[in-house]
Write a protein that binds this ligand. Structure first.
Ligand code: PGA
Length: 254
């Protein structure tokens, strides 16, 4: 059965020392406080990855992820970081297709398909983000957009490879805006995604796929969101920057 996961996305926040102290606090809280969350993932800037992996050693429930990795194996791509490099410091996950990467860095579904292949080939588990903009939702296009993101981004994978992926539904209009999707809106899309996965990969794979919700998720709204049958946890931006807020979300599953 699929895993319950709460993942933090620090984005481009926290200097090196700030990141280490936040993570140490989270580790202590997660260790001491009971939760049904099976895996806690912290996705930090590249500069923190190695140290966070070292700090997390011995805590089987906490994993580390990057927020991006290049599609090429290696080479002359000044300023970029490869999946192999991310993996070599002990990170387990990489966020791919976040709407900020799509919007500000022009990442297309086609590029993301390549990044997904490279990440998987190097033993990283992608947290693959999909979601519609406000304009697309208002035009009634949200189901189509999500279907296309899946088709073009991950459907080239066989079932075995696809099973390594965690999906995150993040409506763009809810990210960092304080406007969260209602639990009904989120559940509707999550159920749609699972139904699409069942059609493509079969019911078993669909049932085993963790689908996270992201977009202004906090300790207040998480209980209702996480109670939905097809919501298996969250991808948390703003609220992952405070140890108490983040741990309270981790504790929602009981
Ligand atoms: P937010 O970000 O929780 O600050 O809305 C979520 C995300 O971008 O992953």
């Amino acid at each position: 059965m699929r895993k319950k996961i709460v993942a933090g996305n620090w984005k481009m926040n926290l200097d090196y020392n700030e990141g280490l102290s936040l993570f140490s606090e989270v580790l202590n809280m997660v260790k001491d406080e009971a939760t049904g969350t099976q895996e806690v993932v912290v996705c930090s800037p590249f500069i923190h990855l190695h140290s966070l992996v070292q700090l997390a050693k011995g805590n089987g429930r906490v994993s580390i992820g990057a927020q991006n990795a290049h599609q090429a194996e290696s080479g002359a791509y000044t300023g970029e970081v490869s999946a192999k490099q991310v993996k070599s410091v002990g990170a387990a996950y990489v966020i791919l297709g976040h709407s900020e990467r799509r919007q500000y860095f022009g990442e297309t579904n086609q590029l993301l398909a390549q990044k997904t292949d490279t990440a998987l080939a190097n033993g990283l588990k992608p947290i693959f983000c999909i979601g519609e903009t406000l304009q697309e939702r208002e035009a009634g296009e949200h189901f189509n957009i999500i279907k296309t993101q899946l088709q073009e981004g991950v459907y080239h994978l066989d079932a075995d490879k696809f099973s390594q992926i965690v999906l995150a539904y993040e409506p763009v209009w809810a990210i960092g805006t304080g406007v969260t999707a209602t639990s009904e809106q989120a559940q509707e899309i999550h159920a749609f995604i699972r139904q699409e996965l069942a059609a493509k990969y079969g019911q078993q794979v669909a049932d085993d796929t963790t689908i996270l919700y992201g977009g202004s998720c906090n300790a207040k709204n998480a209980p209702e969101l996480f109670a939905q049958p097809d919501i298996d946890g969250g991808l948390i931006g703003g609220a992952s920057l405070k140890s108490r807020d983040f741990t309270d979300i981790v504790k929602v599953f009981n």
